[in-house]
Write a protein that binds this ligand. Sequence first.
Ligand code: IPE
Ligand code: IPE
Ligand code: MG
Length: 249
Amino acid sequence: MSLLHKINRDTAPRHIAIIMDGNGRWAQQQGEDRLFGHNFGVEAVRETLKAAQEIGVEYLTLYAFSTENWNRPKEEVDGLMDLLVRTISGEVEELHESNVIISSIGDTEGLPTSCKEELEAAFERTKNNTGINLILALNYSAKWELIRATKQIARLVKSGEIELDQVDDDMMASMLSTRGIPDPELLIRTSGENRVSNFLLWQIAYAEFHFTEVLWPDFKREHLYKAVLDYQSRERRFGLVSAQLEKNT
Ligand code: IPE
Ligand code: IPE
Ligand code: MG
């Protein structure tokens, strides 16, 4: 039986978030420069998206560029922005054909104008689709959005529009760039690094983590199936004890 058929679609995650890491090391292994790795990373994105569609995932969030990534050598940053523009403009029609809704999280105002324009066009083109939501985390960091949300709430309290006691879990979630999107049940990171690197800190409070040694450009559909099967083998207790969960099922 193929790995895909082992997945129980009824209990598959609705939202998978991925820290796509290892492009640079993959390129180095081939004796190429880092941008070569980023270019090959696009194929892994295509494969992953198709696998997520096969499984019936509703939201796929991909960490494509962090606020810290601006500190990389200028040549790499420029190359990544250029790749982003080329990829979005080159892929948008096919994504539209397969009913994908494209959106982003992060401080997109800080992106170059050409990126912003390409992104806007892609959002507009795909906004009425009804399939998987492909969410690109661009110029994103969790601390950035948590600070922004905190400021927004403080402003509302200060102006008297809300009472301090009204601040709760739901209000905080509604101030984040993931507003309206369910929290990811599964977080995947490639390349053997076991850290979160400022990604979705609020939203992954109860996510299951799947770390794999595979470098992002080598990530194939099978790797996503494996991650989902790993997720389905876990017991998610949310603070309860096993016996309580058994009673509820
Ligand atoms: C991930 O691959 C892509 C981005 C962060 C944009 P890296 O470029 O971080 O690759 P490594 O970690 O150096 O191998
Ligand atoms: C995290 O990868 C950011 C993205 C995948 C876009 P990094 O390669 O930037 O993370 P660190 O620096 O190794 O933690
Ligand atoms: Mg990295």
